[in-house]
Design a protein. Structure first.
Length: 251
């Protein structure tokens, strides 16, 4: 069977995949949700936490242990265009079927869930999850929560721009991204630029940089009228079953 991934790449599977490796945390969580136990996952695939210690680790998302993957002889590897290293993906594609997601919107995430369900013969449960997420976001109350700056990194400050999955989630739940330039991903921002943007809200993500209370104090001095909050980054950047928790928070 031939399958086209979200980057337009075709893979061929001669039989339903059994030995599956996931190299993206949110998609690893999706596999477990669909009752699939991957034979390998990254050191950042922490959820479900009950499965992490007993899992086989194959390196980080951008620093995969290629020989370890070869030794596992997977039928299928599931990754993501942004989160994984392009050169390593090219090397793996020369040896194994590698299916990549490419996600910028909630709709992309829904498509990914359905596609992976189809790939691994879990269509029914995957479609139920995808429809639950799609319907949930379509029914969210569209009350405006004001402008927001979503920060992912410190020293230098980096924020989520308009051409990101995080932006799509923020928009769906009622925020207006303070960064308005199209096709921006994760721009660096100076203190003066943040003050000039003057957002109503600043969300300090728990990942990839672990912001803390001290960072709230630092920014609050600069923007005394801004509402600044620490948030669980997984609710805004993970594009699998974690979106159900995002819906709970904002419904």
């Amino acid at each position: 069977m031939n399958y086209i991934d979200q980057t337009g790449y075709k893979i061929t599977l001669t039989r339903p995949p059994i030995r599956i490796i996931s190299i993206v945390p949110s998609q690893t969580e999706l596999l477990y949700y669909l009752d699939i136990v991957p034979i390998g996952q990254t050191i950042f695939c922490l959820h479900p936490s009950s499965k992490f210690n007993g899992s086989t680790k194959i390196g980080g998302t951008k620093k995969l242990r290629l020989q370890k993957i070869r030794d596992l002889q997977p039928d299928l590897i599931i990754g993501n265009k942004e989160e994984n290293d392009q050169k390593q993906i090219q090397q793996l594609r020369s040896e194994f079927p590698v299916w990549l997601s490419d996600i910028y919107t909630i709709e992309d995430a829904v498509e990914m869930i359905k596609s992976i369900g189809n790939l691994i013969n879990k269509e029914k449960k995957a479609n139920l999850l995808a429809n639950k997420i799609s319907n949930g976001f379509s029914k969210l109350n569209s009350v405006s929560l004001g402008t927001v700056l979503y920060l992912i990194w410190y020293n230098p400050y980096m924020a989520s721009g308009c051409h990101t999955f995080i932006h799509s989630v923020l928009k769906k739940i009622g925020f207006q991204n303070a960064l308005k330039q199209k096709n921006t991903r994760y721009p660096e921002l100076s203190i003066e630029q943040i003050k000039h943007l003057n957002p109503d809200n600043i969300l300090l993500s728990s990942e990839p940089f672990p912001f803390g209370e001290n960072h709230i104090s630092e920014l609050q001095k600069l923007l005394p009228k801004c509402k600044i909050s620490l948030v669980d980054g997984k609710l805004y950047s993970w594009y699998g079953p974690r979106l159900l928790e995002t819906l709970k928070k904002y419904s």
